[in-house]
Design a protein around this ligand. Sequence first.
Ligand SMILES: O=C(CO)[C@H](O)[C@H](O)COP(=O)(O)O
Length: 209
Amino acid sequence: MRLQVALDVLDLPSALTLAGQVADHVDILELGTPLVKAAGIAAVSAIKAAHPDKLVFADLKTADAGELEAALAFEAGADLVTVMGTVDDDTIRGAVAAGTKYGKQVVADMIGVVEGRVARIREVSKLGVAFVEIHAGLDEQARPGYSIDQLLADGRAAGVPFSIAGGVKVDTIGSVREAGAVVAVAGGAIYNAADPGAAAAELKKHATR
Ligand SMILES: O=C(CO)[C@H](O)[C@H](O)COP(=O)(O)O
């Protein structure tokens, strides 16, 4: 299972610093949605230029104009881009068309989908995305009683390639791997750590065990 770090910081210098601290221990460098909004799509190019050997993931969470937005990210150097899993199928198809044109990949983000999630995961996976991100966002994670377990159960049930995002940390990443995820996404567990490089190294150990 690959490890993806979400660079959920708000300016490019902080993102470059964090990427430099963790790059040796992760497979995918994700520019979080707030970073892209704050720093612009040029931040994708800067991270790719600093780490050409890493996959760069632009978390655009596109909701419309899929082909146009995905092309922006691919032109900037992204290897993967997200489109929302809840939107019009043609938006997802458009992003996939851009992926085909640039030889890059699209990920459908299932954030906000709880009821009927397994059925929708199966539907979007037929639209040509590389995998589906089963995701509890920061707001959902903040609610009392949140558990990553339902994400894992739905991943197992869906029977298609999936990643997991939603508070992945050292004591849950083993279950993410055992559930069959192709990628584990970790944001806060890395950027909130006193030593982000050490935190990423520890997560990587569990991701590949
Ligand atoms: O996309 C996101 C929020 O929408 C985050 O980047 C993703 O949830 C990973 O961060 P964390 O591990 O802190 O949940």
